[in-house]
Design a protein around this ligand. Structure first.
Ligand code: PLP
Length: 385
């Protein structure tokens, strides 16, 4: 026996985002690499949490969260997604969507199970799958539409395939899967007895009159879909760590037990704050949020176009992948560094979202205050190669 790290430690890839952030800080640049929204948190949310803490809601909660939050999430599903979800048994509140995803993987995946992941992917999904010993199997989606590649999926299915991860709206591509695509996916999951793990954390960030649809909406797949989401983005509370998994009670119980094991519970007064936000904020809030981010998208897209970095205009979420073939550099990392050096705007190399190459892509995040985003866009627009 040698004293060394676990095998799992050696396969987890460190995020490029952290490196770019360090590099950005070194040159005093504008950081459009990190997906941290610095828009205001609604008062209802902050006051709700504050009051809860003062009123003594500071102890451990039940393993799946406080009733007030589970009920609020069920109400959200009813109002927005037109889906009935039982707050007593089908909702597990966790430490962010990240915690919910990890607990789901712990509960459903065995070492060696194969999990289909659509490229470009969100790195945490892949690292979490690896961390539980499962095997990510990649299916590449192509710009500009990032359409679901059904034949590509069918080609990589094996008897070991246990689940497919979807992220709609997607980080980093901004893809919002439509009804037809999700139906195909649901049918495929039924035919091959797969779970669909659906990360919907950007469900409120959809543009151009599009509507978010969850795979949970398909009756035939209802008992095999686990929706993962949370309020980090919607309420700008990335540091609060409030997220959830919603699925059939059969799976939810074990996901909840895993949540107990790893986190015990999500932060108690913050659960109340989020519940107050869900209860108190009406459609206007979400409509405004959407309009605000769509306007931010336009600002960034314009700057990118003028600077010769060709954006794939996202349908949702708050990231833009841009084709940076014109930028000098051997790979997407060198290209992202060249952009940072030339105009002081940090992005994430495309390699962070692909298993082997990053293509000619980098990702910019537009969840920034307007004045910061405008300055970044102005700088990008002056680029020439
Ligand atoms: N899922 C996706 C697709 C994300 O992009 C992010 C954050 O960037 C998360 C989950 C993290 O969510 P949370 O803060 O709730 O853990």
């Amino acid at each position: 026996m040698t004293r060394d790290f676990s095998q799992r430690s050696q396969i987890i890839v460190q995020s490029e985002i952290r490196n770019m952030t360090l590099e950005c800080n070194r040159v005093g640049g504008i950081n459009l690499a990190q997906g941290v929204c610095d828009t205001d948190t609604p008062r209802e949310v902050i006051e709700g949490a504050h009051r809860a803490a003062l009123e003594g809601i500071n102890a451990y909660t039940r393993y799946d969260g406080l009733p007030v939050l589970r009920q609020a999430i069920a109400k959200k599903f009813r109002d927005l997604n037109r889906l009935e979800v039982d707050p007593e048994g089908e909702v597990v509140c966790s430490a962010g969507a990240t915690g919910a995803f990890y607990c789901t993987c712990l509960a459903l995946l065995d070492p060696g199970d194969e999990v289909l992941v659509l490229e470009p992917y969100y790195g945490y999904h892949v690292n979490t799958i690896l961390a539980v010993g499962a095997v990510p199997v990649f299916v590449r989606l192509e710009p500009p539409d990032w359409s679901l590649d059904v034949e590509g999926i069918a080609a990589v299915l094996t008897p070991r395939t246990k689940a497919i991860v979807v992220n709609t709206p997607s980080n980093p591509s901004g893809k919002v899967f439509d009804r037809d695509e999700l139906r195909v996916l649901a049918d495929l999951a039924v035919d091959h007895d797969l779970f669909i793990i659906s990360d919907e954390i950007y469900e409120y960030f959809v543009y151009d009159e599009r509507r978010h649809l969850s795979p949970l909406s398909f009756d035939e797949a209802r008992d095999r879909v686990v929706v993962i989401s949370g309020y980090s983005k919607t309420f700008s509370i990335t540091g609060w760590r409030i997220g959830y998994a919603v699925c059939d009670r059969r799976w939810a119980r074990m996901i909840g037990y895993m949540n107990d094991l790893v986190y015990v519970c999500a932060p108690a007064p913050l659960q109340v704050g989020v519940a107050k936000g869900i209860e108190g904020l009406g459609e206007d809030f979400y409509r405004h949020l959407c309009a605000q981010y769509q306007a931010k998208r336009e600002v960034l897209v314009k700057g990118l176009r003028e600077g010769g970095l060709l954006p794939f205009v996202p349908q949702g979420s708050y990231y833009v992948l841009a084709d940076v073939s014109a930028v000098p550099g051997r790979d997407s990392k060198e290209k992202a560094l060249a952009i940072l050096r030339h105009c002081g705007v940090a992005s994430v190399p495309g390699s962070a979202f692909y298993r082997s190459d990053g293509r000619e892509l980098v990702r910019f995040c537009f969840a920034k205050r307007d004045e910061v985003l405008k300055e970044a866009s102005a700088r990008l627009s002056k680029l020439s190669w």
